[in-house]
Design a protein around this ligand. Structure first.
Ligand code: GDP
Ligand code: GDP
Length: 454
């Protein structure tokens, strides 16, 4: 947190730099990085760059910075307040510090732009803010970043391993795990409708739920807190996580776009299946790709829904010929390559066209993501696969002794290999394709973990 230009984004880049936001070697993902991972001494934390979200002109008053960054503050375990050590301590710094103190969260002051030691005295000035922790840093040159991280990480709760609940150490354990897990039925499927402003999220939500709601939150530019809607479809309970969208009221488009990315991230957390809405009249934009990238990394199942199909299939005012579905799908797939497992649907939320197809697909992919392959099935599968066909450099080849599905939702496979190296990108792709050919998992990403056996 901090006023504009103090160096928040620079610090964000410095802290997350080496771990480019998640999918490192997936081609085609470009994004404004709002969230990133910071690793320190074997632990990691998620970092939010409020500098990437709050436009300068709207964040000149601390109270406004504070309100705009609420999305980040609410979910934060600790806060780093950044000030510019080359400017005089001013009233707005004091105001912001007070507001941040009120949250009761561990608060760390980073006095930035202290590039040379002669400036240390300037940094000391900021003790007047009365914050317990002060570190003089240079985000640009990487000075004292370790000291800052030591302090911050000491205040964070211990870590819980996320995806793989239990990791088997060997084949017997893997089998035992299967027997105890069994299949379990999911009561409800959580569905999130995500996408840029104006793609038709509210319209789709309204038609699916049969309600009509226009919700604007008291905080300009955002809607009020999500309220879920439960719908029953052919005996299945689908809970639509409300993503009613960002109103552009009084906001710049850029601001709304960025907030839509933030909201998508947040709604993905509660979802099993994400409906990624694309506006057919605009095609896949950079923001769509950003949101799609986050959906991919989140491990949720994804259905790509091209909305407003009605608007491009009839003769158009601009004289363009009606869109061709096959060509359009190819373009969407090319732009969202990493979501190659996601079905693509064409709908008109406004005219209520193809909505049953959407619900059918949600039900289907929700079941696929919970599917379990037994180790026996997996072994038979491995015997059949011709790994020579994978185009992998000799030095990157690994031998798989066996493989087991350690978790569902998303399906996660543990590979027991002869070498402790990261899977080569094209080998992983090859293996993933082979698994999909044999077992499906439509709509869901597939995750791999490596266990080297010595
Ligand atoms: P934000 O608005 O708080 O996100 O600030 P930025 O990260 O965009 O940085 C604002 C300006 O301060 C940029 O011109 C940066 O290059 C500069 N800056 C950031 N960190 C440092 C630093 O450690 N030393 C110096 N001298 N300049 C810095
Ligand atoms: P949101 O910001 O993503 O929630 O988008 P809205 O649901 O508010 O829709 C934005 C605009 O697109 C509105 O003017 C809708 O009437 C229009 N719209 C939504 N769905 C469709 C559709 O299927 N076809 C057409 N032609 N327009 C649509």
């Amino acid at each position: 947190m901090g006023r504009p230009n103090v160096g928040k984004s620079t610090l964000f880049n410095r802290l997350t730099g080496s771990r480019r936001s998640i999918v490192g070697d997936e081609p085609g993902i470009t994004r404004d990085r709002i969230y990133g991972e910071v690793a320190w001494n074997g632990r990691s934390a998620r970092l939010v760059d409020t500098g990437g979200v709050i436009p300068d002109e709207e964040a000149l008053i601390p109270a406004q910075i504070f309100v705009q960054a609420r999305f980040a503050l609410d979910e934060a375990a600790a806060v780093i307040m950044v000030v510019d050590g080359r400017t005089e301590l001013a009233a707005p710094d004091l105001d912001l510090a007070r507001l941040l103190q009120k949250t009761g969260k561990p608060l760390f002051l980073a006095v930035n732009k202290i590039d040379v030691e002669t400036l240390d005295a300037a940094a000391e000035n900021f003790r007047q803010l009365g914050l317990k922790s002060l570190t003089a840093i240079s985000a640009e040159h990487g000075h004292n970043i370790g000291d800052l991280l030591d302090e911050v990480f000491a205040a964070l709760p211990p870590q819980v391993e996320e995806s793989v609940e239990v990791e088997p150490e060997n084949e017997e354990e893997a089998e035992a795990l299967h027997r105890t897990h069994g299949e379990y039925q999911q009561d409800e499927v959580n569905v999130a409708i995500i996408g840029r402003p104006n793609v038709g999220k509210s319209t789709l939500l309204n038609t699916l739920t049969g309600t009509s709601r226009a919700i604007v939150s008291p905080i300009a530019g955002t809607t009020r807190d999500a309220v879920d809607e439960l719908i029953e479809y052919q005996g299945h309970k689908l809970r639509i996580v409300d993503t009613a969208g960002i109103r552009r009221k009084g906001k710049t488009n850029l601001m709304a776009e960025k907030l839509s990315v933030v909201m998508a991230r947040r709604h993905l957390e509660a979802a099993d299946v994400a409906l990624l809405l694309i506006d057919a009249t605009e095609g896949v934009t950079a923001s769509d790709a950003t949101i799609g990238g986050y959906a991919h990394e989140s491990g949720r199942s994804v259905v790509i829904v091209v909305n407003k199909w009605d608007a491009v299939t009839t003769a158009r005012v601009d004289g363009k010929p009606p869109a061709d579905r096959a060509i359009y799908e190819e373009q969407v797939r090319r732009a969202l390559k990493y979501l190659n497992y996601a079905p693509v649907l064409f709908i008109s939320a406004m005219e209520g066209r193809n909505l049953n197809r959407v619900l059918d697909t949600v039900v289907r992919v929700a079941a696929e993501r919970r599917k379990r392959v037994t180790t026996g099935q997996m072994n038979r599968f491995l015997e059949k696969v011709d790994f020579q066909r994978a185009t992998v450099p000799m030095a990157k080849r690994v031998r798989i002794f066996y493989m087991t599905q350690a978790a569902v939702a998303p399906p996660t496979f543990v590979l027991f290999t002869n070498r402790d190296i990261k899977l080569h990108f094209s080998f992983e792709r090859f293996l993933e394709n082979q698994i999909r050919e044999s077992f499906g998992f439509e709509g869901s990403p597939i995750w791999f973990k490596i266990k080297a056996r010595n």
